[in-house]
Design a protein around this ligand. Sequence first.
Ligand code: ADP
Length: 306
Amino acid sequence: MSRRFLSIGECMVELSQAGDGLLRKGFAGDTFNTAWYARACLAADWSVDYFTALGDDAMSDEMLAFIDKAGIGTSLIRRIRGRSPGLYMINLKNGERSFSYWRDSAAARSLAADPDRLREAVESADVVYFSGITLAILPHEDAETLLAEVRRAKAAGKLVVFDPNIRPRLWSSYDVMHTTISEGARSSVIVMPSFDDEAAHFGDDSIEATIHRYRALGAIHIVVKNGSDGVTLNFAGEQTFVPAEKVEKVIDTTSAGDSFNGAFLARYLEASDAPAAARFATKVAARVVSEHGALVPREKLGLDGG
Ligand code: ADP
Protein backbone atom coordinates (compact mmCIF):
# COMPACT_ATOMS: atom_id res chain seq x y z
CA MET A 1 0.00 0.00 0.00
CA SER A 2 1.23 3.45 -0.80
CA ARG A 3 2.39 5.61 2.09
CA ARG A 4 1.78 9.33 2.36
CA PHE A 5 4.06 12.24 3.23
CA LEU A 6 1.94 15.28 4.06
CA SER A 7 3.43 18.76 4.17
CA ILE A 8 1.34 21.58 5.70
CA GLY A 9 1.88 25.28 5.08
CA GLU A 10 1.88 28.16 2.63
CA CYS A 11 3.06 28.24 -0.96
CA MET A 12 3.33 31.75 -2.40
CA VAL A 13 3.59 33.37 -5.77
CA GLU A 14 7.23 34.43 -6.23
CA LEU A 15 8.23 37.37 -8.41
CA SER A 16 11.91 37.72 -9.26
CA GLN A 17 13.81 40.22 -11.40
CA ALA A 18 14.14 39.13 -15.03
CA GLY A 19 15.99 42.20 -16.32
CA ASP A 20 14.72 45.29 -18.17
CA GLY A 21 12.16 45.86 -15.42
CA LEU A 22 10.49 42.53 -16.16
CA LEU A 23 9.40 40.13 -13.44
CA ARG A 24 9.45 36.36 -13.59
CA LYS A 25 6.68 34.45 -11.83
CA GLY A 26 7.29 31.28 -9.84
CA PHE A 27 5.85 29.48 -6.81
CA ALA A 28 7.64 28.69 -3.55
CA GLY A 29 7.32 28.51 0.23
CA ASP A 30 9.29 26.61 2.87
CA THR A 31 6.97 23.62 3.40
CA PHE A 32 6.21 23.41 -0.30
CA ASN A 33 9.93 23.43 -1.14
CA THR A 34 10.45 20.52 1.27
CA ALA A 35 7.56 18.63 -0.36
CA TRP A 36 9.22 19.25 -3.74
CA TYR A 37 12.54 17.73 -2.63
CA ALA A 38 10.84 14.88 -0.75
CA ARG A 39 8.97 14.07 -3.97
CA ALA A 40 12.19 14.20 -5.98
CA CYS A 41 13.96 11.81 -3.58
CA LEU A 42 11.22 9.41 -2.46
CA ALA A 43 10.39 6.15 -4.24
CA ALA A 44 7.18 5.94 -6.26
CA ASP A 45 5.39 3.92 -3.57
CA TRP A 46 5.23 7.11 -1.50
CA SER A 47 2.72 9.82 -2.30
CA VAL A 48 3.62 13.37 -1.33
CA ASP A 49 0.68 15.69 -0.63
CA TYR A 50 0.49 19.37 0.13
CA PHE A 51 -2.03 20.75 2.58
CA THR A 52 -2.83 24.43 2.33
CA ALA A 53 -5.71 26.71 1.42
CA LEU A 54 -6.02 28.55 -1.88
CA GLY A 55 -8.59 30.92 -3.32
CA ASP A 56 -10.75 30.57 -6.40
CA ASP A 57 -8.89 33.06 -8.64
CA ALA A 58 -6.73 32.37 -11.69
CA MET A 59 -3.51 32.54 -9.64
CA SER A 60 -4.80 29.85 -7.28
CA ASP A 61 -5.70 27.68 -10.31
CA GLU A 62 -2.21 28.16 -11.72
CA MET A 63 -0.52 27.30 -8.44
CA LEU A 64 -2.64 24.19 -8.08
CA ALA A 65 -1.69 23.08 -11.59
CA PHE A 66 1.99 23.74 -10.79
CA ILE A 67 1.85 21.65 -7.61
CA ASP A 68 0.06 18.86 -9.45
CA LYS A 69 2.60 18.91 -12.28
CA ALA A 70 5.38 18.49 -9.70
CA GLY A 71 3.82 15.13 -8.79
CA ILE A 72 2.55 16.47 -5.46
CA GLY A 73 -1.01 15.62 -4.46
CA THR A 74 -3.51 18.50 -4.37
CA SER A 75 -6.69 16.66 -3.42
CA LEU A 76 -6.55 17.84 0.22
CA ILE A 77 -6.12 21.52 -0.64
CA ARG A 78 -8.97 23.73 0.49
CA ARG A 79 -10.36 26.35 -1.92
CA ILE A 80 -11.88 29.48 -0.42
CA ARG A 81 -14.20 31.72 -2.39
CA GLY A 82 -12.96 35.28 -2.93
CA ARG A 83 -9.43 34.67 -1.66
CA SER A 84 -5.99 34.61 -3.34
CA PRO A 85 -2.52 33.19 -2.62
CA GLY A 86 0.15 35.27 -0.87
CA LEU A 87 2.89 36.87 -2.95
CA TYR A 88 6.51 37.92 -2.45
CA MET A 89 9.05 39.71 -4.57
CA ILE A 90 12.81 39.22 -4.61
CA ASN A 91 14.54 42.59 -5.02
CA LEU A 92 18.15 42.87 -6.11
CA LYS A 93 20.25 45.91 -5.22
CA ASN A 94 24.03 45.89 -5.67
CA GLY A 95 23.99 42.09 -5.63
CA GLU A 96 22.13 41.99 -2.29
CA ARG A 97 18.75 40.30 -2.15
CA SER A 98 15.84 41.61 -0.13
CA PHE A 99 12.23 40.47 0.03
CA SER A 100 8.86 42.24 -0.01
CA TYR A 101 5.78 40.29 1.07
CA TRP A 102 2.05 40.59 0.41
CA ARG A 103 0.66 37.72 2.42
CA ASP A 104 -1.50 39.19 5.21
CA SER A 105 -4.76 38.18 3.55
CA ALA A 106 -3.48 35.03 1.84
CA ALA A 107 -5.89 32.11 1.66
CA ALA A 108 -3.26 29.92 3.38
CA ARG A 109 -3.93 31.77 6.64
CA SER A 110 -7.21 29.83 6.78
CA LEU A 111 -5.66 26.41 6.20
CA ALA A 112 -6.62 25.19 9.67
CA ALA A 113 -10.01 26.93 9.84
CA ASP A 114 -11.80 23.73 8.82
CA PRO A 115 -10.73 21.33 11.59
CA ASP A 116 -12.52 18.28 10.13
CA ARG A 117 -10.69 18.62 6.87
CA LEU A 118 -7.36 19.09 8.64
CA ARG A 119 -7.98 16.01 10.77
CA GLU A 120 -8.89 13.93 7.74
CA ALA A 121 -5.68 14.99 6.00
CA VAL A 122 -3.45 14.27 9.00
CA GLU A 123 -5.14 10.93 9.62
CA SER A 124 -4.52 9.91 6.01
CA ALA A 125 -0.75 10.49 6.35
CA ASP A 126 2.18 8.44 7.65
CA VAL A 127 4.49 11.46 7.90
CA VAL A 128 3.33 14.97 8.82
CA TYR A 129 5.67 17.90 8.15
CA PHE A 130 5.09 21.51 9.23
CA SER A 131 7.14 24.53 10.25
CA GLY A 132 7.34 27.61 12.42
CA ILE A 133 6.19 29.58 9.38
CA THR A 134 3.07 27.38 9.12
CA LEU A 135 2.28 28.22 12.77
CA ALA A 136 3.17 31.91 12.41
CA ILE A 137 0.72 32.65 9.61
CA LEU A 138 -2.28 31.15 11.44
CA PRO A 139 -4.67 33.01 13.76
CA HIS A 140 -3.88 31.96 17.34
CA GLU A 141 -6.90 29.65 17.65
CA ASP A 142 -6.10 27.88 14.38
CA ALA A 143 -2.47 27.38 15.42
CA GLU A 144 -3.84 25.64 18.53
CA THR A 145 -6.04 23.46 16.30
CA LEU A 146 -3.06 22.46 14.17
CA LEU A 147 -0.91 21.75 17.24
CA ALA A 148 -3.63 19.56 18.75
CA GLU A 149 -3.86 17.62 15.49
CA VAL A 150 -0.11 16.99 15.23
CA ARG A 151 0.02 16.00 18.91
CA ARG A 152 -2.69 13.45 18.15
CA ALA A 153 -0.72 12.22 15.16
CA LYS A 154 2.43 11.84 17.27
CA ALA A 155 0.48 9.90 19.91
CA ALA A 156 -0.88 7.66 17.14
CA GLY A 157 2.69 6.77 16.14
CA LYS A 158 2.99 8.91 13.02
CA LEU A 159 6.30 10.56 12.18
CA VAL A 160 5.68 14.25 12.93
CA VAL A 161 8.49 16.52 11.71
CA PHE A 162 8.94 20.22 12.53
CA ASP A 163 11.35 22.86 11.22
CA PRO A 164 11.18 25.90 13.56
CA ASN A 165 12.13 28.20 10.64
CA ILE A 166 12.09 31.24 12.92
CA ARG A 167 10.88 34.45 11.22
CA PRO A 168 10.31 37.09 13.94
CA ARG A 169 8.48 39.51 11.64
CA LEU A 170 5.68 36.97 11.12
CA TRP A 171 4.96 36.84 14.86
CA SER A 172 3.03 39.34 16.99
CA SER A 173 5.65 39.16 19.77
CA TYR A 174 8.78 37.29 20.84
CA ASP A 175 6.81 35.73 23.65
CA VAL A 176 4.17 34.23 21.36
CA MET A 177 6.91 33.11 18.97
CA HIS A 178 8.93 31.34 21.69
CA THR A 179 5.88 29.66 23.21
CA THR A 180 4.34 28.51 19.93
CA ILE A 181 7.60 27.24 18.39
CA SER A 182 8.38 25.37 21.60
CA GLU A 183 4.92 23.82 21.45
CA GLY A 184 5.54 22.82 17.82
CA ALA A 185 8.73 21.05 18.85
CA ARG A 186 7.08 19.39 21.85
CA SER A 187 4.41 17.99 19.50
CA SER A 188 6.96 16.49 17.10
CA VAL A 189 9.16 13.43 16.77
CA ILE A 190 11.92 15.03 14.66
CA VAL A 191 12.88 18.72 14.95
CA MET A 192 15.12 20.17 12.23
CA PRO A 193 16.35 23.65 13.29
CA SER A 194 18.99 25.88 11.68
CA PHE A 195 21.58 26.82 14.28
CA ASP A 196 21.97 30.48 13.26
CA ASP A 197 18.22 31.09 13.78
CA GLU A 198 18.22 29.31 17.13
CA ALA A 199 21.27 31.24 18.34
CA ALA A 200 19.80 34.57 17.23
CA HIS A 201 16.28 34.08 18.58
CA PHE A 202 16.54 31.57 21.44
CA GLY A 203 20.00 32.70 22.58
CA ASP A 204 21.57 29.23 22.23
CA ASP A 205 25.34 29.54 22.65
CA SER A 206 26.12 26.16 21.10
CA ILE A 207 24.62 23.39 18.99
CA GLU A 208 24.52 21.32 22.19
CA ALA A 209 22.30 23.96 23.76
CA THR A 210 19.84 23.76 20.83
CA ILE A 211 19.75 19.96 21.03
CA HIS A 212 19.32 20.02 24.79
CA ARG A 213 16.47 22.58 24.64
CA TYR A 214 14.45 20.66 22.05
CA ARG A 215 15.02 17.27 23.69
CA ALA A 216 14.00 18.70 27.05
CA LEU A 217 10.73 19.84 25.44
CA GLY A 218 9.96 16.28 24.33
CA ALA A 219 11.22 16.05 20.75
CA ILE A 220 12.87 12.66 20.23
CA HIS A 221 15.31 13.26 17.37
CA ILE A 222 17.04 16.55 16.51
CA VAL A 223 18.85 17.54 13.31
CA VAL A 224 20.72 20.84 13.65
CA LYS A 225 21.73 22.37 10.31
CA ASN A 226 24.62 24.79 10.33
CA GLY A 227 25.17 25.92 6.73
CA SER A 228 28.64 25.13 5.38
CA ASP A 229 29.66 24.01 8.90
CA GLY A 230 27.71 20.77 8.60
CA VAL A 231 24.92 19.01 10.45
CA THR A 232 24.71 17.57 13.97
CA LEU A 233 22.25 14.73 14.52
CA ASN A 234 20.98 13.57 17.85
CA PHE A 235 18.89 10.48 17.32
CA ALA A 236 17.40 9.21 20.57
CA GLY A 237 20.44 10.56 22.37
CA GLU A 238 23.11 9.27 20.00
CA GLN A 239 25.07 12.11 18.45
CA THR A 240 26.74 12.21 15.00
CA PHE A 241 28.34 15.03 13.02
CA VAL A 242 28.09 15.10 9.24
CA PRO A 243 30.18 17.71 7.40
CA ALA A 244 28.67 19.79 4.58
CA GLU A 245 29.75 19.08 1.03
CA LYS A 246 32.34 21.43 -0.43
CA VAL A 247 30.66 23.78 -2.90
CA GLU A 248 32.86 25.48 -5.47
CA LYS A 249 30.62 28.44 -6.10
CA VAL A 250 27.57 29.19 -4.00
CA ILE A 251 24.98 30.74 -6.33
CA ASP A 252 21.80 30.96 -4.24
CA THR A 253 21.21 29.57 -0.75
CA THR A 254 17.40 29.90 -0.99
CA SER A 255 15.81 26.69 0.26
CA ALA A 256 19.11 25.06 1.32
CA GLY A 257 17.47 24.03 4.58
CA ASP A 258 14.16 23.06 2.94
CA SER A 259 15.92 20.84 0.39
CA PHE A 260 18.08 19.29 3.11
CA ASN A 261 14.92 18.43 5.08
CA GLY A 262 13.12 16.89 2.08
CA ALA A 263 16.12 14.80 1.01
CA PHE A 264 16.95 13.76 4.58
CA LEU A 265 13.42 12.59 5.31
CA ALA A 266 13.13 10.73 2.00
CA ARG A 267 16.24 8.68 2.80
CA TYR A 268 15.43 8.27 6.47
CA LEU A 269 11.99 6.89 5.60
CA GLU A 270 13.59 4.28 3.37
CA ALA A 271 16.23 2.92 5.72
CA SER A 272 15.93 4.56 9.21
CA ASP A 273 19.65 5.34 9.02
CA ALA A 274 19.90 8.99 10.07
CA PRO A 275 23.65 9.58 9.45
CA ALA A 276 23.37 8.03 5.94
CA ALA A 277 20.27 10.15 5.27
CA ALA A 278 22.17 13.28 6.37
CA ARG A 279 25.15 12.48 4.13
CA PHE A 280 22.74 12.11 1.21
CA ALA A 281 20.90 15.35 2.09
CA THR A 282 24.13 17.40 2.31
CA LYS A 283 24.84 16.31 -1.29
CA VAL A 284 21.38 17.35 -2.48
CA ALA A 285 21.57 20.69 -0.59
CA ALA A 286 25.02 21.32 -2.11
CA ARG A 287 23.48 20.98 -5.58
CA VAL A 288 20.64 23.30 -4.58
CA VAL A 289 22.97 26.10 -3.40
CA SER A 290 24.92 25.76 -6.67
CA GLU A 291 21.82 26.70 -8.73
CA HIS A 292 19.42 29.64 -8.92
CA GLY A 293 15.99 29.52 -7.28
CA ALA A 294 14.21 27.61 -4.53
CA LEU A 295 13.06 24.67 -6.65
CA VAL A 296 15.91 22.94 -8.48
CA PRO A 297 14.60 20.33 -10.95
CA ARG A 298 15.13 16.66 -10.12
CA GLU A 299 17.52 16.14 -13.08
CA LYS A 300 19.98 18.62 -11.53
CA LEU A 301 20.08 17.01 -8.10
CA GLY A 302 22.51 14.22 -9.01
CA LEU A 303 20.11 11.55 -7.73
CA ASP A 304 20.78 8.99 -10.41
CA GLY A 305 24.54 9.13 -10.05
CA GLY A 306 24.71 12.22 -12.36
P1 ADP B 1 18.80 27.14 6.29
O1 ADP B 1 18.66 27.35 4.81
O2 ADP B 1 17.57 26.53 6.90
O3 ADP B 1 19.37 28.29 7.05
P2 ADP B 1 21.45 25.95 6.34
O4 ADP B 1 22.00 27.24 5.87
O5 ADP B 1 21.98 25.39 7.58
O6 ADP B 1 19.87 25.94 6.45
O7 ADP B 1 21.68 24.91 5.14
C1 ADP B 1 21.10 23.65 5.12
C2 ADP B 1 22.07 22.66 4.53
O8 ADP B 1 22.45 23.09 3.23
C3 ADP B 1 23.36 22.54 5.32
O9 ADP B 1 23.21 21.57 6.33
C4 ADP B 1 24.36 22.14 4.26
O10 ADP B 1 24.31 20.74 4.06
C5 ADP B 1 23.83 22.83 3.01
N1 ADP B 1 24.51 24.11 2.77
C6 ADP B 1 24.06 25.36 3.05
N2 ADP B 1 24.97 26.30 2.71
C7 ADP B 1 26.04 25.62 2.20
C8 ADP B 1 27.31 26.00 1.68
N3 ADP B 1 27.71 27.28 1.61
N4 ADP B 1 28.14 25.02 1.26
C9 ADP B 1 27.78 23.72 1.32
N5 ADP B 1 26.60 23.29 1.80
C10 ADP B 1 25.73 24.22 2.24
